[in-house]
Each structure stands twice: as structure tokens, then as C-alpha cells.
Design a protein around this ligand. Structure first.
Ligand SMILES: [Zn+2]
Length: 173
């Protein structure tokens, strides 16, 4: 199963809302497999389809990064059922390599969506899992953690990122 390239800040797929999946077919199964492999290889704990330039509402999360199959979450058309409290913690993103920020996130979220078989799934997460759900669902809404920072931090970081995106040089810090 191929690892797909992860697109970076400035790519149009990252900055526009993605479309709901209408039918869970072989193409969606392949997409999910490729997303898992791409996330693990990065390595990362979450990935959204727009990060591999597929503008569909599909996310994967694995806080164990391949160590524990029980922790694998694959969700199609995820949406929040409940969001409570708040937390603030450092976050990074595979599409914004080399940069981080601490957006305010809910402390606890309940999310529903469809699994690979089209069955409805409900997840509740706190701490890192809550942040991961919020981060990935933001991706399919066309938002990055950068967009959630305070205006001052956001503008400063966006200026740097626009420059980086123009030069397309993400390797060097
Ligand atoms: Zn991200």
C-alpha cells in the first residue's frame, strides 16, 4: 500500500472544506489504507485526507503510532456530538513541519462518524485524543492549528509560513 506525499501549508486542499463521502467503496478503503501507512511512516498520530490532497471528509488517528491495533480510529464523515471544557497544549502538524502552536481545544469531545464498513461509530476522547479529533476535523473543515492561535501569534506564524510555502523548502528548519 503506497505512502502518499503529504501536502504542506499553502496547498489549496488544506485551506478549503472537504466534501462528505457519499459511498464507501473500494476507493475509500484504499484511501484509508494509504492514509494509515502515510501517517505511520511520517510518523504521526493523525492524518486527514486533504493532507494527501484528497478533499474528502476522512480522518485517521492512532495515538500508539502502529503499536496497538486497538487504538486505530478510521472515521468517515466525522462530526462533533459534544464538546466540553477547554485545554491548551502544544500541537504540531505534518503539513506544517518545523512549527508548532498551542490552540485552545475542548477538554473532552464526543465524535460520531462511519467506519470502513459504513457502521456508525461513537468515540469519546479527553486530553491528547480530544486534541487529535479536533485537529483532524479542523483539517476537513479547511482549518489548521495556525488558524486557531491568538491573532498576534497567528499573523506572525502565517507570515513565516507564506514565505516558506513560496520557496517550497520545508526540509530545513
Ligand atoms: Zn495536521
Amino acid at each position: 500500500m503506497p505512502i502518499r506525499p503529504i501536502v504542506k501549508y499553502g496547498h489549496p486542499a488544506l485551506h478549503a472544506p472537504s466534501a462528505p463521502v457519499k459511498e464507501i467503496d473500494g476507493e475509500i478503503h484504499r484511501l484509508l489504507d494509504d492514509m494509515m501507512d502515510t501517517m505511520w511512516a511520517a510518523p504521526g498520530i493523525g492524518l486527514a485526507a486533504p493532507q494527501i490532497a484528497v478533499p474528502l471528509r476522512v480522518i485517521v488517528i492512532d495515538l500508539s503510532v502502529g503499536e496497538d491495533p486497538q487504538q486505530v480510529i478510521k472515521l468517515i464523515n466525522p462530526e462533533f456530538v459534544e464538546r466540553e471544557g477547554d485545554q491548551r497544549h502544544d500541537e504540531g502538524c505534518l503539513s506544517v513541519p518545523g512549527y508548532g502552536g498551542s490552540p485552545i481545544r475542548p477538554a473532552r469531545v464526543t465524535v460520531k462518524g462511519l467506519d470502513a464498513e459504513g457502521k456508525e461509530r461513537l468515540y469519546t476522547g479527553t486530553d491528547l485524543l480530544a486534541r487529535a479529533f479536533c485537529h483532524e476535523i479542523d483539517h476537513i473543515d479547511g482549518l489548521l492549528f495556525v488558524d486557531r492561535l491568538t491573532p498576534l501569534k497567528r499573523d506572525l506564524l502565517k507570515r513565516k509560513l507564506r514565505k516558506r510555502a513560496k520557496s517550497d523548502d520545508w526540509e530545513e528548519e
